[in-house]
Every structure is written in C-alpha cells, then in structure tokens.
Design a protein around this ligand. Sequence first.
Ligand SMILES: [Zn+2]
Length: 163
Amino acid sequence: MTFRTFFLASWALLAASCQAQEPQDSSRASSWCGELSPDAYRVLREQGTEPRFSGEFWLHDEDGVYVCMSCGARLFDSGTKFKSNSGWPSFFQPAGDTAVDARMDLSHGMRRMEVVCAACDGHLGHVFEDGPPPTGLRYCINSVALDFVPRDSVDILLKKAPK
Ligand SMILES: [Zn+2]
C-alpha cells in the first residue's frame, strides 16, 4: 500500500465515523465526533472572534447551562445571562469559581482580559468591567465556543462534567 493510498483510506474512515453527526449548517460546531467546525476551531484554538449578531446564542434565552464546545465543561448558567446589545452572548458571572480563567490580552492594540475554558484552555471571549450588578462584569463570549444543555437534561448529560 502506498502512503497516498493509506492516507486516503484513513481519511475515508475518519470521515465515515463522523458522517452521522455531521451538521448541515457549518456554523454549528459538532464536538461529539472529536472535531470542531472551522468556525469553532478559529475561536477556541486561534483566539478568533465570530462576527457580532451572527452567533446562535446572543439572543438565546432558554433555561439551562452553557458548556464548552470543545471539552463539555460547564461554563455559564442561563440565570447569569443578560441582554447586552453587544451582539455576543453576555454573562455577569461564570458557572463556578473554577469554570473559566482570565488572562491579559494585548493583541490588536487593545488591553483586554481574555477568558478561556479552565478545563481545556480553549479561547471563549473577553471579560469587561461594564456589566450589570451584582458583579459589574460582562463576560462577552463567542456562541461557537459554547453548546447549550437544557435544564431538564443537565443531570443526564453533565453527570461526569466538571462543576
Ligand atoms: Zn473546554
């Protein structure tokens, strides 16, 4: 078997294993087959930012929990989500003290605090000090970095996930 044949065979196998869950809409990431969509990869792994008003969750107001699209860790609760008119999902606090990490980001000539998933280090967005009470913080998060778990499915789906 030539290397090229081997490569193509491996690729076909990989593609087949993901095919069942392949999303029709490429903007909707699927982490369940071990792959991120190009949009999710650009945000989570390359510190990208989705265009404002474009994401799935900026107007989303269902009751439940937002988890990391990459590793499934619980990141934000819908009870802390608020309408910021920024065009990105906004939260005034993370789901727990250890859910996310923040670190200085000096890219693009700005001084911002980057927010990453504490479990997998994936880039989520930024946190600003112009949020509502009680924290005064605005976690400005990319929709493609998140997946949503409705409240009635949380106990089943997040049993093994970090708090
Ligand atoms: Zn993660």
